[in-house]
Design a protein around this ligand. Sequence first.
Ligand code: SAM
Length: 454
Amino acid sequence: MQLPTQFEDSMKAALGGEYDAFRTALELDPQVSIRTNPRKFPTLSEGDRVPWCATGQYLDKRPSFTLDPLLHAGCYYVQEASSMFVEQVFRQFINTEAPVVLDLCAAPGGKSTHLASLLDGKGWLVSNEVMRNRVNILRENLIKWGAPNVTVTSNDPADFGQLTGLFDLILVDAPCSGEGMFRKDEKAMEEWSPENVRFCAERQRRILADVFPALAEGGILIFSTCTFNEEEDEHNARWIADELGAELLQVKTEPAWNVTETDAGYHFYPHKTRGEGFFLSALRKTKEEPTFKKKRKRENKVALPAPAKDLTKWLNEPMYLTPHNDVIYAVPAEYAELSLTLTEQLHVLQSGVEVAAVKGKDLIPAQHLALSWALRKDAFPTVDLSWQEAMTYLKKENLMLPNDAPKGYLLLTYRSVPLGWVKNLGNRCNNLHTQEWRIRMQVDGCEFKDFLGI
Ligand code: SAM
């Protein structure tokens, strides 16, 4: 690996005698790790755990994840281990029972799915991605993860400035020069230059200044990057404290984790910790902030179409149902007002759970519902699929069901975890898997070994 000379010089200056070990680590294969979804999948008791994340697990090698139906069912997320350190800030500093959280730079959704698990159905998560070409993958990953208390938005950071003091926690996982990704992503190395570092540092300040008013006084800001240099990391963390009005927080770590603490944050270096390069700084807002005035509670003016009246029997908790065109969405009742407010203020792609589409007298269950924690498991007959059948379903090909399978909408599961719907017509069935999500890879002749061993 040919590193840019100026990058090498700056790392030598930062690491001193540790530089050779750092340089050697960059030539090693990246670590492979996953984070499991406790709502869908037992937390693994055995194995090589990521020490700072209760649901993080290292794998010996990279399996063909596409061949695992459990990935498509949202049972785990393939995530770089260092990034899972966000959990420590959440656990150590978020004391509110039901926090309102914003993940500002969220695609493809590693940290948003993690935050959704940490919230565990309480509070609310706004998961935002400004780049329109990246927001669909964010939405897909969050739907598969299944948390019902999420709004997915695509807004510029400045659009959040109007929601003053709304959030108890804001995560800014900022676009950066990506030095910590060099061994995973050659492009990051090709694009590196001191000018780009400066450009990224300035852009980060703009993003931080734009979103800062949306953080409540006393609220927590997590600023993270996957880069090593001070200009983007410590300088900006101190700038938040001094210029925006916050205090830097000390996150407790175990010596065995080998995390490198500085006066303004925490570095993960690949020669010391098992994972890619990462930096995180946690701050508490000290600046006074008037709270965003939520509008008065409104009544749901749009009547539900007749077939949707008893949709609640598909849900495992009381939820507020709203129609939008012919699609019915459900939001946990206590967050209906917040969800509505967000829809009025932001460019919302989805809020809550898409439950069903109304077609004449028929209700077609939505893919989102199949994967959501809000689905009442006994609301539909289920058919558990073999691996081969699950692949056929996920490729959106014709599936043969057992002769005694009931007619109508059936929930397909793999190892008892929901994958999606079919409509069984008797002599054949319609595969209702989402067209854009279908597996395009050739799977004939492939074998899948269940690497999680459950
Ligand atoms: N948090 C994500 C995760 O854990 O999966 C990774 C986020 S990535 C480091 C940074 C994100 O910031 C990218 O998705 C990128 O599209 C977005 N971004 C780029 N320019 C931005 C800007 N000016 N304002 C806000 N976000 C931006």
